[in-house]
Design a protein around this ligand. Structure first.
Ligand code: GRF
Length: 211
């Protein structure tokens, strides 16, 4: 059963929304967000960074900006569904302990279970490197190149129980060049992502977004 979307409260500069940002890799999106939040009066603040691996390079950005961070790898002693549930329980416990109001997936490469999603629905957003609904999944840039599209881009969306299928909040288009490789296209898309995500988070925090 899919639950209702419950949006976060409308924030004020005196009481910005408390964000947890979840990452798996280099965290260039996290870095752009932290830079944006540092750059003026904001309606949201990154309170916690969670990585699914101790070796996620993006943890260094949390350290540089003095933001609390934690690496929560999959528990080694469990398997399958039990392992996923135990992992998410650890994540939920720390999110609860920090009074987080919005969970921001920023290059987090694991699929969250429907029990996590239903609990956070409306307060759980993701950025994806394609113009959804085209090219969902883990190889969006490669799939776009193989399909021969001339335009790709990025999408910020609410997370639902499917894969990259929740309600779209906003998209940015990016040209695809004949000379593009997965790397060059990914880099061009990331530039757009780094502008779009902070802007959408401004909009959500000020109550300008609904699913
Ligand atoms: C971004 O392109 C994001 O859309 C995708 O993974 C990438 C993360 O990059 N899901 P980074 O770790 O923020 O540099």
């Amino acid at each position: 059963m899919s639950g209702e979307y419950v949006l976060p409260r409308k924030a004020t500069p005196d009481s910005p929304l408390r964000l947890a940002v979840m990452i798996s890799g280099g965290g260039s999106g996290l870095q752009a967000l932290l830079k944006h939040q540092e750059g003026g009066t904001r309606l949201h603040a990154t309170t916690l960074v969670i990585a699914d691996s101790e070796s996620a390079g993006g943890l260094s950005h949390a350290r540089d900006y003095g933001v609390d961070f934690v690496a929560i790898p999959l528990p080694k002693d469990l398997k399958g569904d039990e392992r996923r549930s135990a992992h998410e329980e650890q994540i939920m416990n720390i999110i609860d302990s920090k009074d987080i109001e919005l969970v921001v997936l920023s290059g987090y490469m694991r699929i969250l279970t429907s029990s996590f999603v239903s609990r956070w629905k409306g307060r759980l957003v993701n950025i994806h490197p394609s113009l959804l609904p085209d090219f969902p999944g883990a190889h969006a840039q490669k799939d776009a190149l193989e399909a021969g599209v001339r335009v790709s881009g990025c999408t910020v969306h609410f997370v639902d129980e499917g894969v990259d299928s929740g309600p779209i909040i906003e998209q940015r288009e990016v040209p695809v060049l004949d000379s593009d490789t997965v790397k060059t296209l990914s880099e061009r898309i990331k530039e757009a992502e780094h502008e779009l995500y902070p802007k959408v988070l401004d909009d959500i925090s000020s109550g300008r977004v609904s699913p």
